[in-house]
Unconditional design. Structure first.
Length: 151
């Protein structure tokens, strides 16, 4: 039979063991929370980058193929930012206008003079032919030998 002192020592040791297990469990929970927070931040960052990439990457335009074909064929549109007819021509292409070879005559007056531009917008083609005014996309496609995809 254990003496009173030995029982107290055993009880104290048992309390210390319980406290140590509780402390270890608490430390594990804290570490798991940290890992969970890091994982949440990682996923949130990935979603943010994905969202930003969608904002930065332009959507495909309806007339991308035509605009690219016009640029590859050597067709060039000359115009200005203030010209309402130039704006109307740009609107016909929509987002696809970014592929059109465009010269802003306010910024490149010498290039426009060299091309013989007398009105806006003016389209020039490698054959030496030019068209002035807002043009139908089918007309531009035919002059450049491009195919206009049906809308």
């Amino acid at each position: 039979m254990a003496s009173r002192r030995e029982r107290r020592i055993a009880q104290r040791q048992e309390r210390e063991d319980v406290n140590k297990r509780a402390h270890d469990a608490f430390a594990r929970r804290q570490r798991n929370k940290r890992y969970l927070n890091i994982a949440i931040l990682f996923v949130a960052g990935a979603l943010l980058l994905y969202g930003l990439s969608r904002l930065v990457t332009p959507e495909q335009g309806e007339h991308d193929a035509l605009a690219q074909c016009l640029a590859e064929s050597g067709a060039v549109m000359y115009g200005t930012d203030w010209c309402q007819y130039c704006q109307a021509q740009k609107q016909r292409f929509g987002q696809s206008f970014r592929y059109v070879a465009y010269v802003n005559c306010d910024a490149s007056l010498a290039a426009c003079d060299a091309a013989g531009v007398s009105g806006y917008p003016t389209w020039t083609f490698p054959t030496g032919e030019s068209l002035t005014g807002v043009q139908e996309l089918a007309t531009l496609a035919a002059r450049a030998g491009c195919v206009l995809a049906p809308s």
